[in-house]
Design a binder for this molecule. Sequence first.
Ligand code: DX5
Ligand code: ZN
Length: 212
Amino acid sequence: MIQVYPSILSADFGCLAAEAKRLEAAGADAIHVDIMDGHFVPNLTLGPRALAAINRATPLFLDVHIMIYNPYDYIEVLAQSGADRITFHFEATEDVEETLTFIRRCGIQAGLAFRPETSFSMVPKYLDKCDLLLLMTVNPGFGGQKFLPEVLDKVELARKCVTPEFLIQVDGGIDRETARQCVQAGANVLVSGNYLYSRPDLSEGIRSLKHQ
Ligand code: DX5
Ligand code: ZN
């Protein structure tokens, strides 16, 4: 079962609540919310208040991808603001295990993200401590970048280490063709921003990713 999470980063920030409702109506499995700090990545996006506004607008699962240093410090406020899962970057903290444990202690799911250039050898150690593995298929920071095909090998290696149900997410440059490649390699959660929002019909776009 392939899940498709539209990235709200590509939506109209002038009406986030309406955009969240639109994603719900279009059949999104969850909403992917990117939070950036201008340090770990050279961009700034949304914060906890915007997340809370999205949460008020929809019952959809909120999949929050944080690209920030010291992720531990922001877990509690993001959980209180409606995050159903928080995925942070392996490269952003020395306290990976503590942060994963703390996210679960807050009553939500924990995800761990890896930049494209980070070696796969870092991944297996954490698989039983997280609910989702995010293998970035672009360098994090901006929507609309080109898919990096070299990450497919990592997806394949990861799938060999986990059960068929375990969530392996890909994020960045996902369109119909790259979605097909990622699913073939073993991904079962597809995040997509630019591709989906450039389609004339969001629900058709979501379906096109689910059934490539
Ligand atoms: C990039 C973000 C992505 C982004 C994906 O750092 O993590 O979630 O919104 O957008 P597209 O699909 O346009 O690459
Ligand atoms: Zn993301």
